[in-house]
Design a protein around this ligand. Structure first.
Ligand code: E4P
Length: 217
């Protein structure tokens, strides 16, 4: 499973990237706003840091404007994936930009039918938003499973990018269901290391190291 980090914070991306945990980055207008940075500048810095796809989202809602914005975004770096919303205009922009040879991430996906349309429009990535479905008492994991089945039934090569990941269990479940990629905030990725039995076991080992005076260096 590929790990994308869902942030526009350079330091957080760099820390995870140094550990080989970053296969790509996703941003969105809310994350750009949170960073307080100019979208072009911060996206350029992220692209210089990370080899994999960096999603940068259009701001327009009209297809022609989305296509124009997408063409400007891809000038930032060769690893830009243009992020477009799952609307009819977004699908038109997806088709035009993917026909141009650019990576496209179709975002704000909340149904299997939407995912089917995005695949047919040539999306590189489809982003089902798990956490936002959970927020309204719909199991986001069912959507991942449905999209996986449909894409496999027909051999679509659009990658399922599990998004709006809020918990470490979302990561496990997405991986078990065969999502190609997950994108999560840095804090969620870092908390995947936690296990109380690891902490308890280490405490015991440290006590025994001290008691026995074990030294290696
Ligand atoms: C993904 O590309 C989105 O930026 C992100 O996962 C949305 O997450 P949220 O629902 O927690 O805002």
């Amino acid at each position: 499973m590929k790990f994308f980090v869902d942030t526009a914070e350079i330091d957080a991306i760099a820390e995870l990237n140094d550990l080989g945990m970053v296969d790509g980055v996703t941003t969105n207008p809310s994350l750009i706003k949170k960073s307080g940075r100019d979208i072009i500048e911060v996206t350029k810095e992220i692209c210089a840091l990370v080899d994999g796809p960096v999603s940068a989202e259009v701001t327009a809602t009209d297809a022609d404007e989305m296509i124009a914005e997408g063409r400007k975004l891809v000038e930032i770096a060769q690893n830009i994936a243009v992020k477009v919303p799952l609307t009819w205009d977004g699908l038109k922009a997806c088709k035009a930009l993917s026909d141009d040879g650019h990576m496209v991430n179709v975002t704000l996906c909340f149904s299997a039918n939407q995912a089917l349309l995005a695949a047919k429009a040539g999306a590189t990535f489809i982003s089902p938003f798990i956490g936002r479905l959970d927020d309204i008492n719909i199991d986001g994991m069912d959507l991942i499973a449905d999209i996986r089945t449909i894409y496999d039934n027909y051999g679509f090569d659009t990658q399922i990018l599990a998004a709006s990941i809020r918990t470490v269990n979302h990561v496990t479940q997405s991986a078990l269901l065969g999502a190609d990629v997950m994108t999560a905030p840095p804090g969620v990725i870092k908390s995947m290391v936690n296990h109380p039995l690891t902490d308890k076991g280490l405490d015991t080992f440290l006590a025994d190291i001290k008691a026995a005076g074990i030294k290696i260096l």
